[in-house]
Design a protein around this ligand. Sequence first.
Ligand SMILES: [Zn+2]
Length: 396
Amino acid sequence: MKEFSFIVSLLLTAVSTAQISMDTNYAGANVIIDSVAVDTVYFRPDLRTTQGKWFYWNFRAVSNVAKKWYFKANDDNILTSLGASFSTDGGNSWQWINQDDNLGPNLFSYTFEGDDATVRLSIGQPYTEKNFKRYIESYKNDDRLKLSVLTTTRKGREVERMTISDFSIEPRYKILITSRHHACEMMSNYMVEGIVGSLLSDDPKMVSLLKNAEITIIPFVDKDGVEEGDQGKNRWPRDHNRDYSGTSIYESTSAIRELKEDWIKDDTWIAIDLHNPWILGKGAERIYFVGKEPPAFEKQQKKLAQILSNSYQGELSFNSENNFLAWGESWNTNSNNTKGWSFGTWSKSFFKKGLILGTTVEFPYALNGDQVVTAQNAREFGRDLIYALKLYIDQQ
Ligand SMILES: [Zn+2]
């Protein structure tokens, strides 16, 4: 793997007394600042170990005076339809910019409200280990949750593993849920929060699920990439979601493969992999399941989609026809698998040998059709997904 280090960009410009500075000195940050001229910052994503273009960026800006600054993307296709999101509490919470500041495909503005006002700006709503620790804190003493370390990355970071169940009963099912195979796909972690929050609620349906199933969730498969603010997608020489054939080159993917022998064993299981798709266009700006051959496998995916379609209660709509990318459509063909097996292809290799259902869930960064995606409705969708899985298991 190519070595790289953070590029910390610090550019200052003087317009009368107005100055703006940018930096990437925090977890998950990523940007290259090309220039600052008059009232505009010109930027693009740091592609580092990425093959080809991708769109993730996340940086901090400080303006010395109250002022509106403009931010111009020097690459195309690196802003969502909502422009950008911002955080004024150090990345604990994010919201989309006021849409009056969304000034076209490559330009947005942000008004700094006071002297030395600080903001983080990003394509999406970044989520790193710090956010996870903050979220999971209140559940730490819950007997239904076992927090452990799946493995340690080559850079020495712990890859978290959550195992959730009613441990007094031998489960009939195992459910393996993975997130952040692609480091930049942060919206998945809000779904994870919704899943965990539901499982650890006292709702009778979830209590019943935990008597039937043991759920393992890996919130950050590419932990180094998440913390270092990498794209992760199309990582050179192999991205984490192409690392499931031959010998895995990453510690986390290797450890996930070992879960089959060490944890799933011969039990009946379900595999769910959470992703975020391309950012623009009707096909991408929606939640969708990714269908897989053979038809008997896809039939199970469609069954879950149908259950979700009929049962969702959150704000984001889901329709089993519109929110399903069938096998053979668009990019969803064998040519997408030439670089190595994905988690989905690996788990599917156990179909009818224990695995009863597997799917990739693509969850959009900004829009689900014409609905605006937020951290909260992403959590609600996570809740809807785990309830649908409960209903799916009930129908076995
Ligand atoms: Zn992905």
